[in-house]
Design a protein around this ligand. Structure first.
Ligand code: UD1
Ligand code: CA
Length: 453
């Protein structure tokens, strides 16, 4: 078995994107197009070469930190053959070169593996697809079912244009052979480019049989040239992923209205309702449900958790049996304990909420360490910011904070203490104390409403 080199072509401009970003940096499911192709290449345990040209610096920058990529510059875009030529000085003759396109993101492992297997046997293997509308693509010319050549749209005869089997651009070739053929390329064609596709006819002339792999999945070989195609492939990607999740037992109320732009893992009997967006790394325990319109990013959510509609959770841990929302916002560095309740219009930031505690309505809890079985009344605010620095609030087990109170941090409310409703608390409160800070109520007997003038 020969070693595999993957060559990813990514030097083109992609002008139809109408963007300042190079095409391969457009994202599909929050990952760049090139990122998708690289992920497939790296799974093949191959050495990876990426040919960059237009916006090359920007492309390289987007992958800083990934030392496994060998970047190769193509300063002038003289065609796909010319692009591959740039990598040849780095590639050993005794290997297989797999050519991929940076703007064809959804190619799959199984397909690439079968292409490579064919190339190991015959020296050259080509991936094609049969399209209802082949316009624009290179046509596969066969004789007695054997591949003879690829003819580009602009160079093809009327008869050749009628052929619906097209070149995907993806091929695997013995590197020694590839070098020989590349050195014989010329640009005598309608586009005055060095076509990689010309090596097919050269191999045939050389007595080789070009092995053929035909994919049934159009999406695998679909290139992205404009925003409409990008959106279409995003849908396909999401639909495929949703199907996989459902096969693994996840209930999706409507797979067409569910997006996961990251990694999702889940236990048994989880349910996700419509218009939910998952980002980053999210894990769900068993029997957890997510209601409509929730956004969940980088979160670890336990068993039997109920997330009610319109809640947003980011960088947080939610304990078993907790209930979140509706309309809750759980911000980064928050840890919600077992069986807690975070109700509507509650924002929690960088806080730890203990077991069985309740923050049911209209509150802001920030930079807080809250014990177990605490009850926070409606409209309570931890005033954590003095305009310059952030300060901590500590609320110990069993404390009761009356509605519409403000706790001015830094502050500590002792175990089982009670804060009377409407208080502004600036000093620590010890265990089991009642603390109030309201002015005494006065009822004026002889008061009259002002008369209208
Ligand atoms: C190419 C194929 C065509 C095939 C089609 C599939 C050739 C001559 N034609 O045509 O048979 O049906 O792809 O989509 O190969 N690139 C570079 N440097 C260059 C030129 C291109 O890196 O000098 C890169 C582009 O960024 C792109 C890929 O190669 O990712 C394909 O280039 P493109 O111009 O889209 O090729 P097509 O003319 O569509
Ligand atoms: Ca083109």
């Amino acid at each position: 078995m020969k070693h595999i080199n993957t060559i990813i072509l990514a030097a083109g401009k992609g002008s139809r994107m109408n963007s300042t970003k190079p095409k391969v940096l457009q994202t599909l499911s929050n990952k760049t197009l090139l990122g998708h192709v690289l992920m497939q290449a790296q799974q093949l345990c191959s050495e990876v070469f990426v040919v960059v040209g237009f916006g090359g610096k920007q492309v390289r920058q987007a992958f800083t930190g990934d030392d496994s990529i060998n970047w190769v510059e193509q300063t002038e875009q003289l065609g796909t053959g010319h692009a591959v030529v740039q990598t040849m000085p780095h590639i050993n003759d005794d290997s297989i070169s797999l050519v991929l396109y940076g703007d064809v993101p959804l190619i799959e492992q199984l397909t690439l593996k079968s292409l490579i297997t064919q190339a190991q046997k015959s020296g050259i293997a080509l991936l094609s697809v049969v399209l209802k509308n082949p316009t624009g693509y290179g046509r596969i010319i066969r004789q007695n079912k054997k591949i003879q050549a690829i003819v580009e749209q602009k160079d093809a005869t009327q008869e050749q244009l009628a052929c619906c089997e097209v070149n995907t651009g993806i091929m695997a070739v013995d590197s020694g052979l590839l070098k020989t053929y590349l050195s014989a390329l010329d640009s005598n064609n309608a586009q005055s480019e060095f076509y990689l596709t010309d090596i097919i006819a050269m191999a045939v002339k050389d007595g080789k049989t070009v092995a053929s792999v035909i994919t049934e999945n159009e999406f695998e070989v679909a290139g992205v040239n404009d925003k409409a195609q990008l959106a279409e492939l995003e849908r396909t990607f999401q639909q495929n992923q949703a199907n996989q999740f459902m096969q693994q037992g996840l209930t999706l109320k409507d797979p067409a209205r569910f997006d996961c732009r990251g990694r999702l893992s889940f236990g048994q009997d989880c349910e996700i309702d419509i218009n939910v967006l998952i980002e980053g790394n999210v894990s769900l325990g068993n029997n957890t449900t997510i209601a409509p319109n929730c956004i969940i990013k980088n979160a670890k959510i336990g068993n039997n958790v109920v997330i009610l509609p319109n809640s947003v959770i980011e960088d947080a841990t939610i304990g078993e049996g907790a209930s979140i929302g509706p309309f809750a916002r759980i911000r980064p560095e928050t840890k919600i304990g077992k069986n807690t309740k975070i109700g509507n219009f509650v924002e929690v930031k960088k806080s730890i909420i203990g077991k069985g505690s309740k923050v049911s309505h209209l509150s802001y809890v920030g930079d807080t360490i809250m014990g177990n079985n605490v009850n926070i009344g409606a409209g309570v605010i931890t005033c954590n910011y003095d305009g310059v620095n952030k300060h901590q609030t500590i609320i110990e087990d069993g404390a009761f904070i009356g509605s519409d109170s403000q706790l001015i941090a830094p502050i500590k409310i002792g175990k089982n203490a009670t804060i009377g409703a409407g208080s502004t608390i600036t000093k620590n409160v010890v265990e089991s104390q009642l603390s109030l800070s309201r002015t005494k109520q006065t009822n004026l007997k002889n008061w009259h409403k002002p008369a209208k003038k």
